[in-house]
Design a protein. Structure first.
Length: 164
């Protein structure tokens, strides 16, 4: 495999909006931000069933999956996703989730706990700016990424790391 091909595989990520959520704008913004940062993005779009994330990751040899939801039903549709990856032999894939991922007014620390228990490696609140998750992704993949200095107006904190 050439160095360029190896780097592309190393930087392949799958993104999509899980479940019955039709919110496309954030998905497109995430796609463009990741592409601009040098990632090979496999964008599944909106209203993506959980099993399609697994299939796409297998087919593309992705290193990470970024799941988003704005409808508040992310918790429902993300249940069992980590187990599906384990069953498919992809137990080491990075799983990130972000957006308005739970229904109701729940403390963020509780939301993080819920998704850590579901096997997600990083969990992001609504309004997280792309440089935050891109820097985390580069760090977690052990690759050099964009300039890691934060934007002055960055909203949101770094995603919590499962196991920290």
């Amino acid at each position: 495999m050439s160095d360029e091909t190896t780097e592309q595989v190393q930087k392949t990520v799958v993104i999509g909006v899980i479940g019955n959520d039709p919110h496309i704008i954030g998905n497109r913004l995430i796609h463009h931000a990741l592409t601009d940062a040098g990632f090979h993005v496999v964008n599944l779009g909106v209203q993506v069933p959980p099993e399609e994330f697994v299939s796409a990751a297998i087919e593309t040899d992705a290193r990470a999956v970024l799941v988003s939801s704005l409808s508040g039903f992310g918790e429902v549709f993300c249940r069992g996703l980590r187990e599906r990856f384990v069953e498919a032999g992809m137990e080491n894939i990075l799983l990130y989730v972000g957006g308005n991922i739970v229904m109701g007014r729940i403390e963020w620390s509780e939301t993080e706990r819920i998704f850590q228990d579901l096997g997600f490696d990083r969990i992001y609140p609504p309004h997280t700016r792309p440089p935050v998750f891109i820097d985390d992704l580069c760090h977690d993949l052990g690759i050099s990424g964009r300039d890691s200095s934060p934007e002055p107006d960055a909203i949101g904190k770094s995603g919590s790391v499962h196991g920290e």
